[in-house]
Structure formats: structure tokens, C-alpha cells
Design a protein around this ligand. Structure first.
Ligand code: SF4
Ligand code: SF4
Length: 373
């Protein structure tokens, strides 16, 4: 059992670290780690695949080599899509320990379990493998991150009572999103009393800035609070949420989140109503539900920066067509493929946890962006 009293409400997700020319800015990460630790917070979440495999290394450089091992909790994940034979499990795990410079992980997750890969997790018996790692002390607690359906989740939980926690995507915009169905997943886990770690509380940053008329609704109630703080307070107000991960990229985001969780104020009834109102209006303006996880990017043969293109399309959908999205796109395609370069090979769609029809969406993006160069 995880001692919930030692888990901080705000976790530092190491998946969107600051970069300079595509290389993680380790000095800035060190400053962010220091700010976070000074605030009395100590939970760090990395993964084998984050930042093309560099995130675990940065965890060592910015955290493990600078703080006593018992002063922080470090979590990483097993990616089943990199496993082709039994021996890969130990090989990847040992590599993770070396990268991160640790001899144990506090929490360990089976990464991104969903309907399309669950059988592979069973085929390689990864749950039993993780239990053995727990017995040997190399993992303190085991769970999984989940991007699947509410139908499959109880099946997994029934079969694996050894699971100590589950990490799900949860934010106010996805609560009733028919693809993510956060509210249903939350209901299943809270009914069973399984501690929840929240990922994507700000939906990959898209709930950090909204249409002006929506921001006005929040600002009318709390003029000095950031728009992102509403998303964080929404998930932080839900019972059963153990920790909320934020993939912070700047010291400003770090400070804002720390201030939200210092003397945390749950949403009042009036504030909940405003969040519901904003959600309803947002759902009436459909945007591409890309969380910028970037799982799709590495394998694209045309080097198309899919999440950046989707962000550009969303900007146009939300704020109208203008100079800025085109200027951004024209800069992007100096180093990456155009939306119209897509070969329809489908590699990206096979790894997208949001199940987005990427090929079709890129075709739309090409119509909006490529013709105007
Ligand atoms: S379908 Fe298009 S965007 Fe996706 S990986 Fe293939 S070429 Fe890249
Ligand atoms: S398109 Fe899908 S896989 Fe790619 S960044 Fe967006 S959510 Fe992630």
C-alpha cells in the first residue's frame, strides 16, 4: 500500500522539459527542480520514451546526483511497444536504472495500457514481472498508466488486484469527452478506492489559455489567478486523487503551480458552475484533442511535427485565421515536414493514445496552411 500521506499533490512530470535547439536545457531543469523541492514537493515522473530517451538521464543529472536518494520519489515506466522478447523487460529496466542513476524506483508503471496493447502486456506477463521487481526491492510500488476504455479498466483491475494505483488523463474538458471518458474512468477507480494519479490536468497546455470570452468568466471570479490554475484546482478538488502531474516547461509554470497547491483551495460551488459553463462552450468549439505527448513524432518518416501542426490548427479554430499561426507554421517547416508531406503510412495513428485520425487531420491542416505559403 502506498502511504498517501507522503505523496505530494503536485508531481513534476519530466515529459515537456525546456529545450534549446532540441536539447534539454539541464541548467534550467535544475533550477526548476530546486524550486519544486524547496516548496516541500518531491515526486518526479519520467519514462523510457520521454524526450527521445533523454528524460531519465536528465532526472539523474538534475535530481539524483544533486539530492539524497531518500529525499525524493522517482517514477518511470515500461513501454510495451519496445518489448519483443521476454529478455527485453530486464534489459529496458536495467537501462532505466543506469540512465537515472538509481538502484530502485519508488513507483513503477506499465506505460499507456489501452485496449490495443493490453494483450501484449499479458503475453509478456509484465504484471508478474513487475511484482518480482517489487519483491526484490527494485520497485517500491506498481501500477499502470491508462489510455483505454472504461469497459476494459475493470477487467484489468479484477485480474490484477496487485495494482496499487492507476494514472489516468483527467481534466475538466475531457470529463465527458467521448474518446477519453475521464469521468467514467475516475468513477471506476474511486468506487474501488484505488489511488489515482492524474496526467494531462491542463490537457497538454491547452487549458492554460482560452478564448478571451472564456477567460473573462474565470477572471471575473478570480482576477489574479492564472487560467491554468482553474484546471489544476478542478482535478485537485476531486476526492481520491493522490497526485497531479504537471509537465512543466518553465520556471513561471512551476511557480504558478506551486502557488496553486500552497494552501490549496478546492473549487467552490459557484466556481464549479463556471467551469461547467466554460466546458460546455468549449465542447461546442471542437478542437483537435492532441495532448502534445509527441509519441507520434519519432517514427514519422517525413519528420512531420504533428502536435505543433495540430496546435496551429487549433489556434485557427479558436481564434480565427491570422498572421501568427502562419508565421509559426512557416518557421516550423524549415526543420520539419509539411502537413501535406504525409504519406498516410499510419505509423502515427498506431501509437496515438488519443486515437486521433491524424492522417485526415493533417489533410485538413494542409488545406489551411500549405496553400498559403
Ligand atoms: S501517416 Fe503521415 S504523419 Fe503519420 S507517420 Fe506516416 S507520414 Fe508521418
Ligand atoms: S497526435 Fe496523438 S500521439 Fe501525437 S502528440 Fe498528439 S496526442 Fe500525442
Amino acid at each position: 500500500m502506498i502511504d498517501l500521506s507522503v505523496m505530494p499533490k503536485l508531481g513534476f512530470g519530466l515529459m515537456r522539459l525546456p529545450e534549446n535547439d532540441g536539447v534539454v536545457d539541464v541548467e534550467q531543469v535544475k533550477r526548476m527542480v530546486d524550486l519544486y523541492m524547496e516548496a516541500g514537493l518531491n515526486y518526479f515522473d519520467t519514462a523510457y520514451v520521454y524526450h527521445g530517451g533523454k528524460s531519465e538521464v536528465v532526472a539523474r543529472e538534475a535530481l539524483v546526483e544533486r539530492y539524497p536518494r531518500d529525499s525524493f520519489m522517482l517514477t518511470t515506466k515500461m513501454p510495451i511497444w519496445s518489448v519483443n522478447e521476454d529478455a527485453d523487460l530486464d534489459r529496458i529496466f536495467n537501462e532505466q536504472k543506469t540512465r537515472a542513476g538509481v538502484d530502485y524506483f519508488d513507483l513503477y508503471l506499465l506505460h499507456s495500457v489501452e485496449d490495443s496493447n493490453y494483450e501484449k502486456y499479458e503475453k509478456f506477463d509484465v504484471f508478474s514481472w513487475a511484482l518480482k521487481k517489487k519483491e526484490s526491492g527494485e520497485i517500491k510500488h506498481m501500477g499502470f498508466s491508462y489510455h483505454g476504455s472504461p469497459e476494459l479498466l475493470p477487467v484489468i483491475l479484477d485480474k490484477h488486484p496487485e495494482v496499487e494505483f492507476v494514472q489516468i488523463q483527467l481534466n475538466y474538458a475531457d470529463w465527458t469527452n467521448p474518446v477519453v471518458r475521464s469521468g467514467d474512468l475516475y468513477g471506476i477507480l474511486s468506487e474501488r478506492g484505488i489511488p489515482i494519479i492524474v496526467m494531462e490536468p491542463v490537457k497538454g497546455g491547452s487549458l492554460a489559455s482560452l478564448k478571451p470570452e472564456l477567460e473573462d468568466k474565470f477572471k471575473a471570479l478570480r482576477p489574479d489567478s492564472s487560467i491554468a490554475s482553474w484546471a489544476m484546482r478542478f482535478v485537485g478538488s476531486l476526492p481520491g486523487v493522490m497526485t497531479i502531474l504537471s509537465g512543466m516547461s518553465t520556471e513561471e509554470q512551476m511557480k504558478d503551480n506551486i502557488s496553486t497547491f500552497t494552501g490549496f483551495e478546492p473549487l467552490s460551488d459557484d466556481e464549479k458552475k463556471v467551469v461547467e459553463e466554460v466546458t460546455k462552450i468549449m465542447l461546442d468549439t471542437p478542437t483537435i484533442a492532441c495532448t502534445a505527448c509527441r509519441y507520434c513524432v519519432d517514427g514519422c518518416p517525413m519528420n512531420i511535427s504533428i502536435p505543433d501542426i495540430f496546435r496551429t490548427v487549433n489556434t485557427i479554430r479558436l481564434y480565427g485565421d491570422g498572421f501568427r499561426p502562419h508565421a509559426f507554421y512557416n518557421g516550423l517547416i524549415q526543420t520539419h515536414g509539411r502537413a501535406g508531406d504525409c504519406l498516410s503510412c499510419g505509423q502515427c495513428e498506431s501509437v496515438c493514445p488519443q486515437h486521433l485520425p491524424i492522417i485526415e487531420l493533417l489533410s485538413e491542416a494542409s488545406g489551411l496552411l500549405d496553400k498559403k505559403d
